[in-house]
Each structure stands twice: as C-alpha cells, then as structure tokens.
Design a protein around this ligand. Structure first.
Ligand code: FES
Length: 141
C-alpha cells in the first residue's frame, strides 16, 4: 500500500493527522465581553455595547417593554415579542389597546388622525393606541 503524502507529512516529526483543533473564536475573550448584548472586535480594545432600544408602556397595571421594530405598529411588535398587550379591533376604533407611554416615545411616529380622534386630550397626557402607533422607520439616537 502506498503512503499518501501531504504538506504536513513532509515536516520532520509531524504526522499528517496532528492538526490542532481550532479554538473557539471567543475562547480568549474576558467573560464580560462574551455576555449577550455586548461584544468587542479585538481583545484589549474599547468595548462596543449594543443596546436595544425599546418603548416602555403601561396598560392597566402592567408595564410592558417592546423592543424597537421599525415600521411595525407597537401592537404588532408586542405580539411578535410575546408581550401581553390587550387589543380587539386593530383599527383604532375600540380603544382596547390604549397604553400610556412611559419611555421611548421618540421611537414612535407622530400620532395618526385616528389616534387623535379616539384619544382626544389623552394624547397630550402620553396615551397612544398601540394598534395605530408605528415605530419610526429610521433609527435615531
Ligand atoms: S385594538 Fe381597537 S383601537 Fe387598537
């Protein structure tokens, strides 16, 4: 039987099967760098933290956080993210999805005519209709 030659087999003292297993990419990173939501391109370099933007709303006695989902309504995003938001018509008529925006309101587009009609003066107090409030399509800081 003929022995198959490889580049590695030509190096003295090294067999072709002695290839070290590649180390995991983040094996040498500090534990703080490996945590979810943050990463560093190079060890020793300043850490870049990725923070997810979210809108925090109150409905009844619950406070719900909905992560930014450009071009989706607050209700669509909440449902997709498994958040327990009450709603009924999804058309801006019943008012069942009414929420008080606690924080992150700047991530939402201006109120629609339907919201203004349904909420009237509550709009100025920070209330929105989750089925009509749409996340802005562009990301702003
Ligand atoms: S679900 Fe009816 S107004 Fe939003």
């Amino acid at each position: 039987m003929r022995k198959q030659l490889t580049v590695g087999s030509l190096i003295a003292g090294r067999s072709p099967v002695q290839t070290p297993a590649p180390a995991p990419v983040h094996a040498n990173m500090p534990e703080t760098t490996r945590r979810a939501g943050s990463f560093s391109r190079l060890p020793g370099k300043p850490q870049t933290t990725i923070q997810r933007k979210q809108v925090q709303v109150k409905q009844d006695d619950r406070t719900i956080s909905v992560e930014q989902a450009p071009c989706q309504t607050l209700l669509q995003a909440a449902i997709a993210q498994g958040q327990p938001l009450s709603y009924k018509c999804r058309q801006g008529y019943c008012g069942k999805c009414r929420v008080l925006v606690v924080s992150g309101g700047s991530l939402l587009e201006a109120p629609t005519k339907q919201e203004a009609k349904k909420l009237a003066e509550q709009l100025a107090s920070g209330y929105r209709l989750a089925c009509q409030s749409t996340f802005r399509s562009t990301i702003r800081d």
